[in-house]
Design a protein around this ligand. Structure first.
Ligand code: GLC
Ligand code: CA
Length: 539
């Protein structure tokens, strides 16, 4: 069970309005209560913070904003005492343009570091090709000192590293081993499928050398320790995921794939081009991933992260049925095979925000706003996209209590607190029956109690049902049934198989449940809005 922390928004300890490592240490009891085993920590290394730490200028030091190297060592030790390992975020596709390697690299073509990055000749004003950067603009940036362009898939302050240079790879491996010696529990590999780019052919992800480089990386580093590793791969298919997460450990423990989370956008367009969620497609995609990796790969299970909007606002209901729908979405995901990730605040049912444009901080959001303004989009249309998809939805401060700034900080935070913090916060939920937090805690515990949740085969039910997401997990000893009404209106649930002896393990209407959830005649009942249940039957 892994919990993701976005450090600048988790807990401030020194009143500067920015979350930090000492802040995280203060909340380890909370995390232990939730029952998680690992923290994936978004980047805390030294960085000019152009992309909130995903632009690293020193891989072997901590940004002063977050603390010091000794704070980090302390966090690793303290977390261990709570049974929690720290999983670091490795950004290996690019560095900051303020990294000493890049400063050297751009000082002259003969500099030994020049070839650490990806350069192409060209004329000023005429880049080598028309490739675009993820955050807008050309992927090529002219440097007059060397009379060449460098390649950047993200912002202009994030020059791409040249993985074809063996010296780059060696330096990276050494740096990783250095962190391993410090006792970290694993790594999350940022946009790892983009390291083997071939810009001359327009190739960004899944380049021909990708798996050769990853195998070498794994052999030279991870395989020398007891680590959990997860690669971020926007371009992964089930076939590719089997390579990344092959149980022989040749690459990573698992992979983040995004097929299920990209569905509510117009085909072939950007995430900002909104479209309703095609529910049947969602089921089909989960079904495909769950069945095709069975026995030969390993899934990551997630709804949220620091790049995605809040799931309860996105595919649940953050109004009337906020609690019910947050629990339903949790049930649906946590019944599946794979390693579940909980993103900070998800366990409280935290929601999206609607701010004025000047209150947004995310580089991607701000770039898009400007680009679409220039392209003549209407203000309301742009803002609707931002409300739905901005990465800042996930980056507002963690809501700890109903006090000023939600207990996150004593000073005004770097980004506004979601105004609903008085109602939605951890103090109002920890130890409180019926809360989203207690529900997550129970799910986390169940995953450790019932082996079938780890190893059971997945079988989708009611494939064509427009409202219900139902599936079975089964092994030799037992069977689990998960039924979820994915929508805000009642649904008739008619299963074709009998579950008469089944025991209700968890349900999101528990307590106020007039029906004890017993199975009758092949289970023909009405599920209430966003109702979710999980049953166990022994064989
Ligand atoms: C990944 C990160 C994202 C970052 C990008 C560039 O997608 O999750 O936050 O902006 O890589 O490093
Ligand atoms: Ca701070």
């Amino acid at each position: 069970m892994i919990y993701q922390i976005y450090p600048r928004s988790f807990q401030d300890s020194n009143g500067d309005g920015i979350g930090d490592l000492q802040g995280i240490m203060k909340r380890l009891d909370y995390l232990e209560q939730l029952g998680i085993d690992g923290i994936w920590l978004s980047p805390v290394c030294k960085s000019p913070q152009d992309d909130n730490g995903y632009d690293i200028s020193d891989y072997q030091d901590i940004d002063p904003m977050f603390g010091s190297l000794s704070d980090m060592e302390q966090l690793i030790e303290e977390a261990k005492k709570h049974g929690i390992r720290i999983i670091m975020d490795l950004v290996l596709n690019h560095t900051s343009d303020e990294h000493p390697w890049f400063k050297e690299a751009k000082s002259g073509r003969d500099n030994p570091y020049h070839d650490y990055y990806v350069w192409r000749d060209g004329e000023e004003g005429t880049p080598p090709n028309g490739m675009r950067a993820c955050f807008g603009g050309s992927a090529w940036q002219w440097v007059p000192e060397v009379g060449q362009y460098y390649f950047h898939q993200f912002s202009v302050k994030q020059p791409d590293l040249n993985w074809d240079n063996p010296r780059v790879r060696q330096e990276i491996f050494e740096m990783i081993r250095w962190w391993m010696d410090k006792g970290v529990g694993g790594f999350r590999l940022d946009v790892i499928d983009q390291i083997a780019k071939v810009p001359d052919k327009g190739i960004t992800n899944n380049g021909p050398m990708l798996h050769t480089y990853i195998e070498e990386l794994s052999r030279e580093t991870f395989q020398k320790g007891d680590l959990v590793t997860v690669g971020e791969a926007w371009g992964a298919t089930p076939e590719l995921a089997k390579l990344y997460s092959n149980p022989d450990g040749r690459e990573f423990s698992m992979v983040f794939q995004f097929e299920h989370i990209n569905l509510d956008q117009q085909e072939g367009k950007e995430k900002w081009d909104l479209a309703p969620l095609p529910f049947l497609k969602l089921k089909e995609i989960f079904n495909q991933w769950q069945t095709s990796l069975y026995g030969c790969g390993w899934n990551s299970l997630f709804w949220d992260n620091h790049d995605l909007p809040r799931i309860v606002s996105r595919w649940g209901d953050d109004g009337k049925y906020r609690t019910e729908s947050a629990k339903m979405l949790a049930t649906l995901l946590h019944g599946m095979q794979g390693t579940p990730y909980i993103y900070q605040g998800e366990e409280l049912g935290m929601t999206n925000v609607k701010y004025d444009i000047q209150d947004y901080r995310d580089i991607e959001t701000l770039h898009m706003y400007q680009e679409r303004k220039d392209a003549g989009y209407r203000e309301e249309e742009i803002m609707a996209s931002i409300y739905a998809k901005s990465r800042d939805n996930a980056r507002t401060p963690m809501q700890w209590d109903g006090g000023k700034y939600a207990g996150f900080s004593e000073r005004e935070p770097w980004i506004r607190v979601n105004p609903n913090y008085r109602e939605i916060n951890s103090e109002a939920q920890v130890g409180v029956a019926g809360s989203v937090f207690e529900y997550y805690r129970k799910l986390v515990k169940m995953r450790k109690e019932y082996p079938v949740l780890t190893d059971g085969r997945f079988r989708l039910l009611l494939e064509k049902d427009e409202q219900i997401f139902a599936y079975v997990r089964e092994n030799e000893e037992s069977r689990i049934l998960v039924v979820c009404n994915f929508f805000g209106k009642p649904a008739l649930c008619e299963l074709e198989e009998a579950w008469d002896e089944a025991e209700l393990l968890i349900g999101n209407y528990e307590g106020e449940n007039d029906r004890p959830g017993e199975m009758r005649d092949g289970f023909l009942e009405v599920l209430r809005p966003y109702e979710a249940r999980m049953y166990l039957a022994r064989r």
